[in-house]
Design a protein around this ligand. Structure first.
Ligand code: HEM
Length: 193
């Protein structure tokens, strides 16, 4: 069994099905531009999107660590360069136990950021400030802009199974719009330094 599968199984108690895996692979995002265009307005999020996001989030929150870990392990499996960048920041001889703790802690931080953004949809200036500063810090961690762009699709693939009974194209669009907005401000921060 691969290291990622072992880690996912021990951290979430689950293992990917082939169906899940094909969803992950088809989630690659081709938007890899590394510039920020100040003329481009922030992506729009409608009130309907906000309502959908809040409803879904209430459900996703019940298993937030699992969703975060599945998102990142899926991303590392399909994009080993993202894994290398994530680990390049740590000591070379990190044990499997330490590695799992680092992965879990970061996954929870990412989920915490999603939570803050959902509640800051009422106050877009605060959302902008949060994500721009996060972009600056991630640039300092040597994270590439295109890695950030990949998270949204991976996250959507991770939450879909638990929302399968209610999921529609509107749900897909609402989450896509949220991550586009988060990435817009992160990109702005990353390009500002
Ligand atoms: C939307 C995507 C992401 C979010 C919301 C996010 C969020 C966070 C947060 C909240 C922290 C805590 C410290 C801080 O705020 O600066 C953090 C730290 C960090 N992130 Fe991310 N992150 C994301 C994507 C990534 C990616 C793709 C990588 C690497 C490829 C990465 C690498 C790191 C590293 C190296 C740290 C510092 C050490 C640590 O706290 O583990 N992040 N991230």
């Amino acid at each position: 069994m691969s290291l990622f599968k072992r880690i996912k199984r021990s951290l979430t108690g689950s293992i990917q099905t082939d169906d899940y895996k094909s969803r992950v692979i088809s989630s690659n995002n081709n938007e890899t531009s590394t510039t920020f265009d100040p003329q481009k307005p922030p992506p729009e999020i409608s009130q309907r999107d906000v309502d959908i996001l809040r409803d879904c989030w209430n459900i996703v929150q019940q298993d937030v660590a699992k969703v975060g870990i599945i998102t990142f392990v899926g991303l590392f499996e399909t994009h080993p360069d993202v894994h290398d960048a994530f680990m390049s920041f740590r000591a070379v001889n990190t044990s499997e136990l330490e590695y799992k703790a680092i992965l879990r802690a970061h996954a929870l931080r990412v989920m915490g950021t999603v939570d803050k953004c959902i509640y800051r949809l009422e106050n877009r200036d605060k959302l902008q400030e949060l994500m721009t500063e996060m972009g600056i810090r991630h640039k300092n961690y040597s994270v590439k802009i295109e890695f950030i762009d990949l998270i949204g699709h991976q996250f959507i693939s991770s939450i879909k199974p638990s929302l399968e009974t209610v999921w529609t194209d509107e749900h897909e669009k609402a989450w896509d719009n949220l991550f586009k907005l988060m990435c817009y401000h992160t990109r702005k921060g990353m390009c500002s330094i």
